[in-house]
Design a protein around this ligand. Structure first.
Ligand SMILES: [Zn+2]
Length: 165
């Protein structure tokens, strides 16, 4: 797995104020299974056990009926590109050009039909309407966390899609 350039380390000191990635450790949030599942190569989200509503991104409470009885379900690993946005300038610190996002269609029958996601491992102009893309998981810089008296770096991952070769 290639590590993301991500967040700059300033003179060896981590700068949390510039960090735009989610804090993934169990100690910080209740959707940590999402990240654990990503580490296993699975893109997942939550489905309400009461009303069946599927939300993405995952929730801790159902936005439709306010139940907190949710279950984790897996989403497709492949989809088709509907439209793309290529950002060629003015990116936040730590991101490399071009930054490509795509509106992806997972097809009928998928619990989540569409998703806006970053597309990696491709150059400007490489990804077009109708192209097939697949899930990929990548490392991002860890987040410092206090465990007892020690400061440890909690490892992190995130997902994007890449062209199917
Ligand atoms: Zn519900």
């Amino acid at each position: 797995m290639m590590a993301e350039v991500g967040i700059p380390y300033l003179e060896g000191k981590y700068s949390p104020t510039l960090d735009m990635w989610p804090i993934e450790a169990k100690q910080f949030n209740r959707i940590y299974p999402f990240y654990d599942n990503l580490r296993e190569g699975k893109l997942t989200t939550t489905k309400c056990k009461k009303c069946g509503h599927v939300a993405f991104p995952p929730r801790v409470i159902c936005p439709e009926c306010y139940s907190d009885e949710l279950e984790w379900i897996e989403l497709p690993k492949k989809g088709k590109v509907i439209a793309t946005v290529e950002k060629l300038g003015g990116l936040p610190i730590g991101f490399e050009l071009p930054l490509i996002d795509a509106w992806i269609d997972f097809g009928e029958g998928s619990p989540v039909r569409h998703m806006l996601s970053r597309v990696k491992n491709c150059a400007q102009g490489d990804v077009n309407e109708g192209d097939e893309v697949q899930l990929m998981v990548f490392d991002i810089p860890g987040h410092p966390m206090d465990v007892g008296r020690e400061s440890v770096i909690a490892e992190r991952v995130y997902f994007a899609f890449e062209p199917v070769k």
